[in-house]
Write a protein that binds this ligand. Sequence first.
Ligand SMILES: [Zn+2]
Length: 492
Amino acid sequence: MILLKDCFAAAVPAGTTETGASRASSLSGAPDMRGTSGASGTPAAPAPAARRRFDLLRGVDILIDGRRIAKIAPSIEAPEGATVIDASSHVVLPGLVNTHHHFYQTLTRNLPAVQDAKLFDWLVYLYEIWKYLDPEAVYWSSMLAMAELAKTGCTLTTDHHYLYPAGFGGDIPSLQFRAAADIGLRFAPTRGSMSRSKKDGGLPPDTTVQDEDAILAHSEETLRRFHDPAPDAMRKVALAPCSPFSVSERLMRDSAALARRYGARIHTHLAETSDEDDYCVEVYGRRPLEVMRDCDFVGPDVWYAHGIFFNDGELDFLAKSGTGVAHCPSSNMRLGSGICRVREMLDRGVPVSLAVDGSASNDSSDMLGEVRQALLLQRIKYGAAGLTAGEAMYIATQGGARILGFDQAGAIAEGRLADLALFNVMKLEYAGALSDPLAALLFSGYSHGVDYLIVNGRQVVRRGLLVGADEEMIRRNALSACGRMYKKAGIL
Ligand SMILES: [Zn+2]
């Protein structure tokens, strides 16, 4: 047992429940995506979940028993043998949820040649380095990414690993699940894929794509070995063909059908750039979301990364079909891709989550920092009330947990999973900002590190340091993996 004493807690508001009821379960009656604002021209009513705020409880204790939050109340007496943490200086958040990443990219961040490149040029350059990925690089980049995520408040993350280079010689899902267990995070990665290389009109080199039958066979094997459909699982698997410009329609369709047979979720990149719009119209004769609809790659078990270039009719379609969007503000700014219409998505009832995206386009895995980016970026587009601190926190917690299929995570309430992030706000950088301690984490401060991170009732970060892994060893091994790849690619 763990008892957190005397904290500020960002709890689910009293008298509310999280049912996910705003999601439609059927596509029947979905509006025409080519319309500009739906058939009637009337925007859909805002979904209740989109306006949700947190109750900031002051001076409460939180008792964790096993994997769950047992009790939230003032002055709980410590049970015998309980570990007691003085949380009187801390804001306790539900663990932040990261819904899109490419862990291996931690090894190729900030490369000078593509610091100022847009997406397609950036990809073409980096593929020539990524093709030298080896098993050690996969393990240590996963350790590095998850270490950064854990230390900045993330308790649950996915990863989108779509790169299976020829002659790789390792088992990527096993390597990644081992890293997640070593760090201690709840982990729901995707089995990604690419099948359309340069010779087929795609962007990746031939040695980084796979045969589609081999992809589907390995996808099924990965689902069988690692996917746990329980809502309180430590492990889930989703299937994630990389993008409309790196796989075929057949692989999109077959991957979606296969995932559904196992009760697993489905993911891809979509509507990230105007180049992608042009590519889809030229190659498929349809816009990206129309291609997805025709592949049955839409619905409440599907989420897309980015979603910047959806038109009004497409936003209505996402809301009606319950299809989710992982918003990646830093990556979108870094690559100059554009601004996702999060405000309008929330008002329509589109499920929205938050993500840091791969570390070659962020170039960090700073989860709390990403929530601040989301808050600020919407205000560029929609004005000073474009997104509130509560809404930004909402999409980063409950929004993400729902999109990844973990309905018992993402909120502080009795009976919920004990996934919690404790930030110390009694520090110089928060002085003067504590009239609203929860919002202070986004409006003020410059260090986004947690003091404590608890996942599934276990301490993963204690006094700012990882409990289960040696941070210096992660740093050194990640650097070695970088060195090998850069040398083979001839950029050292
Ligand atoms: Zn991505």
